[in-house]
Write a protein that binds this ligand. Structure first.
Ligand code: BES
Ligand code: MN
Ligand code: ZN
Length: 521
């Protein structure tokens, strides 16, 4: 999507669709008193054009509610679209994301090619925050997973115009803030959709080798160092856990290593290691999955895709911290050479693993990926993986799981969530859970039985990070949007990429422009 930023009165906007955000506001102090729709603009021409429809009661400005007016009076724009964000007392900047996504998804099927979204006035967060929310939210709305459809509609919206109302409040500093936020929002929005496009690819096109090629192409374009290794190097590095998953497939695995090195770093600065699960298709292996819904297992590389997307954004935003991105890509297949339940594997770290279930393959590839990140010098680790069905049982499709062995690194991640707007819920890592993965024949088993499956999977990973501060993200329930929403299509969500990016920036000293926080004077 192309986008431009304009400083002008909303009603001066020339284009196919002018979007104004609205809230439901109740003047009465009574709880649940019915409110009225209020437009978040001071533009009198817009207010006048919408006056009678607002009075009519047919638009309540509920979350994602839309109302379209053709040929709005006194304006050059062809259409005026009001989008509700819900109760004024409850809205956050994340509602602006949704509204912007809703605007784009409203426009696309109608063949509307130019959408002007006006930043809301009089809200409890900054103009910069609104700008990022509009640009990023519009990108989220713009993605459709119809890549291989002959009648694909993915290119329908050509222009997003972010309209920063030219109110007197806009000092040069605020203009700069909006400008900068617009630039960052574009980078983040594009990276998230790049992530989603990778996740959307079927297993027959996005093989581990192809995933490596796409990562390498991105790195080349962005000026990042990239190395893609295969079988030989994986064996040479003694990545027995990673290889054990790959050995059952005719497709060779790919160990993708992307490196971002800033121009200047302090000698004792942290080195961040990003490790993603890149199972390009998960049949379960010999412990084969039921065929019902197995087609979905093409998205088992969503964690890896999030890392590739994050590296793209990092390359463009250049934080002052070194970042190593690792993706362990393999196909989990039940071929003649596949590993079997009962096999014992030796991981790169030297730990021995009894394979109980070949379908618990994500933790195997990550075990060696995490160890390798440490070997390459990572001082802080974050991994993302569609790791367990148990996490989906625990949290459903709303929140993703987060685990950590260190409070400081976790605080950085929590701050990142404030900005990204993504939702993660922390799950525990008590030592007692470790007993569940102790093996009779080897150091540990790759599954821990029926209960607490997301936790025992995380405990397994913990064995390979040692004392290094570490965050583990289980995105099994959130990497795929099961039901479309007004602001996002059904399909890959791109979850975790934005939070990982903000987390990286939290080590930079210079934070990205905020999306939450200080009210405008
Ligand atoms: N990729 C799956 C986890 C998954 C499940 C992702 C549902 C998305 C939706 C993972 O490799 C897996 O199969 N995990 C097993 C582990 C079990 C055998 C201990 C699971 O969760 O069933
Ligand atoms: Mn599996
Ligand atoms: Zn899997």
């Amino acid at each position: 999507m192309k986008a431009k930023l304009r400083f002008a009165a909303p009603s001066a906007g020339i284009g196919d669709l002018l979007v104004i955000l609205a809230v439901n506001h109740s003047r009465s102090r009574e709880k649940n008193a019915p409110g009225e729709p209020v437009l978040l603009t001071s533009d009198t021409v817009v207010l006048r054009a919408a006056e009678s429809v607002l009075k009519s009661g047919e638009f309540k400005a509920e979350s994602c509610e839309t109302l379209l007016l053709h040929a709005p009076q006194g304006m050059p724009a062809k259409r005026l679209l009001l989008i509700g964000m819900g109760k004024l007392a409850k809205i956050t900047v994340q509602d602006v994301r949704k509204a912007a996504g809703t605007a784009i998804r409203f426009a696309k099927p109608r063949g509307i090619r130019e959408v002007i979204v006006t930043l809301p006035e009089d809200v409890a967060w900054t103009m910069g925050a609104s700008t990022r929310a509009v640009v990023e939210g519009a990108h989220v709305g713009d993605f459709d997973p119809d890549t291989y459809r002959s009648d694909r509609k993915d290119q329908a919206v050509q222009w997003l115009i972010v309209n920063a109302p030219a109110v007197e409040k806009l000092t040069p500093e605020v203009k700069d803030e909006i400008d900068n936020a617009f630039r960052v929002g574009m980078v983040v929005g594009e990276a998230q959709n790049f992530t989603r496009s990778l996740v959307n690819e079927p297993g027959n096109t996005l093989t581990p080798t192809e995933m490596g090629k796409r990562a390498a192409a991105m790195c080349k374009l962005q000026g990042l160092a990239c190395e893609v290794y295969s079988t030989e190097k994986i064996k040479e590095l003694k990545m027995g856990a990673f290889w054990s998953v790959a050995q059952g497939s005719a497709e060779p695995p790919a160990l993708i290593v992307m490196t971002y090195e800033p121009e200047e770093v302090q000698p004792d600065a942290p080195v961040l290691g990003l490790v993603g699960k890149g199972i390009t298709f998960d049949t379960g292996g010999i412990s084969i999955k039921p065929s019902d819904g197995m087609e979905k297992m093409k998205y088992d590389m969503a964690g890896g895709a999030a890392m590739i997307g994050a590296m793209q954004a990092i390359a463009q935003l250049h934080p002052k911290v070194k970042v190593i991105g690792i993706v362990c890509a393999a196909e989990n297949m039940p071929g003649g050479k596949a590993q079997k339940p009962g096999d014992v594997q030796v991981a790169m770290s030297g730990k021995t693993i009894e394979i109980i279930n070949t379908d618990a393959e994500g933790r195997l590839v990550l075990a060696d990926g995490l160890a390798y990140a440490k070997q390459l010098g990572a001082t802080h680790l974050i991994d993302a993986a569609t790791l367990t069905g148990a996490c989906v049982v625990a949290l459903g499709h709303i929140q993703a799981g987060v685990f950590s062995n260190d409070e400081t690194i976790y605080r950085h991640f929590q701050d990142a969530l404030e900005i990204s707007g993504e939702r993660f819920w922390r799950l525990p890592l008590d030592e007692e859970y470790r007993e569940m993965i102790v093996s009779q024949i080897a150091d540990i088993m790759n599954t821990g039985g029926r209960w607490g499956g997301a936790i025992t999977a995380a405990m397994f990973l913990k064995e390979f990070v040692g004392e290094t501060p570490w965050i583990h993200l289980d995105i099994a329930g959130t990497a795929w949007v099961e039901d479309q929403k007004p602001w996002i299509a059904k399909g890959p969500s791109g979850i975790a990429m934005r939070s990982i990016l903000e987390w990286v920036h939290s080590y930079d000293g210079v934070a990205l422009p905020p999306t939450e926080a200080q009210p405008l004077s």
